[in-house]
Every structure is written in C-alpha cells, then in structure tokens.
Design a protein around this ligand. Structure first.
Ligand code: KG4
Ligand code: ZN
Length: 339
C-alpha cells in the first residue's frame, strides 16, 4: 500500500511517501520519497517556536515539500493519506490536516487517516537498521522511552497494537530543559544540539546537579527543578565555565533518563529497549542507553537521526499501523492528544 504522510505538529514541515506491506505481526516499509523543511531560521530570532509563524511557514512550505518528496515517483496515487493530528501546536497542526483533505480531492479513492505524533516517534524503531535481524515478536515486552521537545514518556510495549504509558514528565520535557538551559548559556535556538557540542568539551563531574525523581517509586520525570538549579548555579558562580555547566547538566538529564528506563525494563522483564524523539539524536544518551542494554541483554532499537527529529516517514509508519488496527483519530488538531 502506498502511503502519503504529512507532519506539521511543530516547526518542521515534512512529507513522505512510504510503501507499506505485511500484517501487524511483520509490517515492512520502503521509503519512496521524503522531504523536510526546517523553520529554524524563522524562529531563531524569537528564541523558540512561535505558533502562528509556524502556521504561516507550513502553509507556504507544504506544496514545495510535496514536490520535493515526490520528485522521483512516476505516478503518485496514494492509497492512504496520513496526517499528524496531535499532540503539537494546534495552529501548526491545522495546515497539515487541511492540506491532507485538499489532496484527497485529487485522489478520490484515497482515505485520509489521522496519526498520533507520539506513535510516530514510538514506532520509529521499525526504521532502525538492526530491526531486520530480529523477529518482531521476540522484542516484546519492550521498555520504550520517547524523549522530545514536548514529551518525556516511558511505555511498556507488548505488541504493535498494545502498549501502556508507565510514566511521563510532570513539568518540562527533557528537550525543553535542554533548550531552556542552552538559552541561559547564551546558545542559539534550538539548544539541544548546541548544548551537546559544548558538553562534549566539558567536565561533567564539576557540578553535582540533582537527578530529579530518580529514586522515586514511579516512572515519572521532572526537569523543571533541575533547570532552576542551573539558573541558581549561574547566578551564584559568575565565573562559571560554560562547558562544565553543559556537561554536568547533560549528565544529570541522561542519568535520570537511563535510570528510569532501566528500572522499567527490569520491572517488566523487557526483552528490548526502544529509544526515540529529538533528544534520542544525542550521542551520549545513545551510548549510555547502549551500555545498559548490553549489560542487561536487552537490545536497543533506535532509528537514524533523520527519523528521530520530526519527520513524515515515522508518520507513514505509524499511519500504516493505525490503519491495520482500525483506529480512527478525528481529523482535527488536538494539541494534547495522548499516547
Ligand atoms: O522530536 P522533536 O524533533 O520535536 C518534538 O516533537 O518536540 O524534538 C525536538 C527536541 C528539541 O528540544 C531539541 O533541542 C532536542 O529535541 N534535541 C536534542 C538534540 N537534538 C535535538 N537534545 C539533546 N541533544 C541533541 N543532540
Ligand atoms: Zn516530535
């Protein structure tokens, strides 16, 4: 089945065409075309994403990105159009949804299906290179961590149709904490990648920032207090070394993420670990997660960078699974849609 997928939940306009086949116990995906337009330069002067600017950019970018994503495809006749309906910024979600409906007019036999952005991140593990070497059923139950700019969520995944949220952040998401701390350090938006670069040059043992909720008997996170600790440290230590602050902050975040994931994996006797979301691009996080996965013999599945930051290939993948399980999300923007 040929799927055209659209993603506009935040500041990336993305479209993909994915050929999806197979049943829910062994789906197969082939990427026929994909393109992403980042809006970084538009939002950077504001230090964060401005929802109405995002909307304006999506409206302008969608036709251009469609052309780019489909340029190698001779005949575009999708059997399914998938579009992110949430969670995300509602003014940003709407242009994608309206565009999907508009495109349907050109392909009357095509259905439009709403997709949950977080399911997109979660199921991006199906795009990891390693996945081909494993039988899908052998991976479950899995402990899955989604870490993005808007979410930090831990799940127990029993199959491609059955999962349970076990914990999430009570305030800031991990990516949001990265972005806010990098702002305090005077780094440009988006802060995550910049802060990682700086952290690689620093000493993480210099400052002992708190590991929020690490030892609490649950799978929730909280990064707002850690962010405040950094703020106080900068205020009280005017001669601080940026690199050491970045490295110490990053270590506190990663130790917390890893600690909770490992705890969940042990509790549910996980047979694998899935890691996804924009923060999953972070090399230190990947390396540390790889270490615990080796130690506990629970293989780690994480897709390539381009499938962790917001993209439409993961929406095509999640869309196909949504179709197979007969789920129908309303075709309207839902900023707080949960997984
Ligand atoms: O998944 P994503 O592209 O968008 C959302 O759904 O939120 O995630 C974006 C988040 C931003 O907060 C960004 O700073 C963070 O991912 N991020 C990183 C890195 N690259 C992106 N955080 C830490 N280290 C990175 N290398
Ligand atoms: Zn995302």
């Amino acid at each position: 089945m040929k799927i055209l997928a659209i993603e506009t939940s935040c500041d990336e306009t993305a479209i993909s065409v994915v050929e999806a086949n197979g049943k829910i116990d062994a789906p197969k995906f082939k990427i026929l075309g994909a393109a992403v337009a980042s809006q970084i330069s538009v939002h950077a002067p504001w230090g964060g994403v401005v929802p109405n600017l995002a909307k304006r950019e999506h409206l302008a970018n969608l036709p251009i990105i469609l052309e780019e994503a489909t340029k190698k495809i001779e005949k575009l006749n999708p059997e399914l159009i998938c579009v992110t309906v949430g969670p995300g910024l509602e003014p940003a979600l709407w242009p994608g949804i309206e565009y999907a409906k508009e495109l349907k007019k050109y392909f009357p036999k095509t259905k439009v299906l709403g997709v949950n952005h977080l399911e997109g991140h979660l199921f991006s593990f199906l795009l990891s290179k390693k996945i081909e070497k494993y039988k899908l059923e052998k991976l479950f139950p899995a402990a899955a961590l989604i870490v993005s700019g808007g979410h930090t969520t831990l799940l127990k995944v029993d199959s491609l149709v059955d999962w349970k949220k076990m914990g999430e952040t009570r305030d800031d998401a991990a990516g949001e904490a990265y972005d806010k701390v990098s702002k305090m350090l005077g780094l440009p938006y988006p802060g995550g990648p910049e802060l990682e670069k700086l952290a690689n040059q620093g000493n993480s043992k210099v400052i002992k920032f708190p590991r929020p909720m690490l030892n609490d008997p649950n799978y929730d996170f909280s990064f707002s207090g850690l962010k405040t600790s950094v703020l106080y440290y900068l205020r009280d230590n005017p001669n601080f070394k940026k690199e050491d602050v970045a490295a110490s902050f990053q270590e506190a975040v990663i130790e917390t993420l890893i600690g909770k994931t490992e705890k969940l994996a042990k509790k549910i006797n996980a047979r694998s670990i899935f890691l996804s979301g924009g923060v999953a691009v972070n090399k230190t996080l990947r390396n540390e997660m790889e270490k615990i996965s080796k130690k506990n013999k629970t293989p780690l599945f994480v897709a390539a960078t381009e499938f962790n930051t917001d993209n439409a290939v993961m929406i095509g993948v999640a869309g196909y699974l949504t179709y197979l399980r007969g789920k129908k999300y309303p075709l309207k923007a839902n900023g707080t849609l949960s997984i």
